[in-house]
Design a protein around this ligand. Sequence first.
Ligand SMILES: Cc1cc2nc3c(=O)[nH]c(=O)nc-3n(C[C@H](O)[C@H](O)[C@H](O)COP(=O)(O)O)c2cc1C
Length: 169
Amino acid sequence: MNTIFTRRSIRRFENKPVEQEKLDRIVRAGMQAPSAHNRQPWEFLVITDEEAKQAAGKMTPYSGMAAHAGAVIIVLMNKKTGDFENNLFIQQDLGACTENILLQIAEEGLGGCWIGTYPNADNVRNVKEYFKLPDYIEPFSIIALGYSPDENRFIDRYKPEKVHYNKWE
Ligand SMILES: Cc1cc2nc3c(=O)[nH]c(=O)nc-3n(C[C@H](O)[C@H](O)[C@H](O)COP(=O)(O)O)c2cc1C
């Protein structure tokens, strides 16, 4: 069964760093995502430093797990890529990028969790202030990742009644 089906949100981590080559492949997977007009409007903050992980743990009401993660990736929107005001698809681009990262995390035998950040104003401000991000860079998602006692495992969510072939009724 492929990783799309077995990926789970994993929120408990062992006190063990994530190897650099795994981090590299995980970020590469993010950059392989589709994006409107192929604008690739993403940047990545990869956090392995203990102090910054502790800070990330306080950036949203639900980001506490980041403090104990092997690493944290903050996926950022670069508003200078294309015409941001008219780039109605930028959030979709960053969502696809975040999902690719989560899938690669599972592929690497690690656990990870998407921590919702954008568009909550407090979350966005907390990240921007701590990392001193320029105006044109906005945080989109925080991803906690690492080795975990919990496993990625299949949960069947298939609901045939949600599938509509050729017409609604
Ligand atoms: C936009 C978004 C925001 C999320 N934010 C959080 C979060 O702040 N904290 C958390 O523990 N999980 C968060 N999740 C993970 C969901 O709770 C999780 O994907 C969902 O319960 C389904 O479980 P699964 O990922 O194991 O399939 C978020 C997921 C998405 C897509």
